[in-house]
Design a protein around this ligand. Sequence first.
Ligand SMILES: Nc1nc2c(ncn2[C@@H]2O[C@H](COP(=O)(O)OP(=O)(O)OP(=O)(O)O)[C@@H](O)[C@H]2O)c(=O)[nH]1
Ligand SMILES: [Mg+2]
Length: 323
Amino acid sequence: MSIFDFFSKDKKEDLDKGLQKTKENVFAKIARAVVSKSKVDEEVLDNLEEILVTSDVGVETTLKIIERIEHRIANDKYVNTNELTTVLREEIAALLLDNPIGNAEAGEVGNFHTLPSDQKPYVIMVVGVNGVGKTTTIGKLAHHFKKDGKKVFLGAADTFRAAAVEQLCIWGERIGVDVVKQNMGSDPASVAFDTLTSAVANQADVVIIDTAGRLHNKVGLMNELTKIKNVMKKVVPHAPNEVLLVLDGSTGQNAYNQAIEFSKATEITALAITKLDGTAKGGVVIGISDQLQIPVKYIGIGEGLDDLQVFRKREFVESLFGN
Ligand SMILES: Nc1nc2c(ncn2[C@@H]2O[C@H](COP(=O)(O)OP(=O)(O)OP(=O)(O)O)[C@@H](O)[C@H]2O)c(=O)[nH]1
Ligand SMILES: [Mg+2]
């Protein structure tokens, strides 16, 4: 079985369930906005704008969506309120797909799950502020790669907290993959170096490096990440293949701001947005996917091993605004 099977087809129900809270919230608000209205008029659009902004879609993206709907209404002359969610779904999907960033879908050529055979081990460095779900996302990713028959090595380069190393080791045991670690307080770059050295010696396919979300200050954190990257290159010249920034979706616009801040400080190649289950702020994924030049690759929709999905724009919007 290929890795695509884990992430695609059968995952629609999980996605629907994961986005339930956001969905209920948005639909309840839309229902209120169109009550006693037969067609989409200025007032409905004003309300819709507010709904999208308060659902963490973000102002800029919301304005683009409203503009598209206005255009659509001008063309179709008359859009009744029953059609509003359909129109919304179509226009948001089209808007997101207009941004070529992150349009590659699972199973297609150039897909990020097809590990390039000439870049072994494929090295993923995971970054993000504390508590966003880095370690959990690593566990889920490692699980998927392992299930796909890949040899996975994890590096416990979050040496800032003793519990962090332990937590990664627990994931490693649970999944059955090797974890390279040193003592708490040791140099994260040294842990990354060791991890890559072991991975190369053992012909691993994938290496995932956990990093600390908190240090004494922001400059310190960014310098640390740069150092880890540079040290890894000494062992594997193409490392890191991916710098995955993890964002907590339940923080809404904060997640968006963190993405901006991090990408200013260090090169980020992909985003994972976690904790979309249990929040009504899932709209943030729409804003981030529209606004940023970094692809959203994964979404976290629960705490379980299989609760990580590849982010697919159309499926996401269909799940959010589908009936
Ligand atoms: N509901 C839900 N919880 C999640 C998800 N991803 C992570 N969590 C939870 O978020 C909490 C923090 O996750 P961690 O993986 O420890 O976060 P971290 O970024 O490694 O945190 P630090 O190591 O402290 O920087 C844990 O309780 C996870 O179970 C998700 O997609 N859904
Ligand atoms: Mg952690």
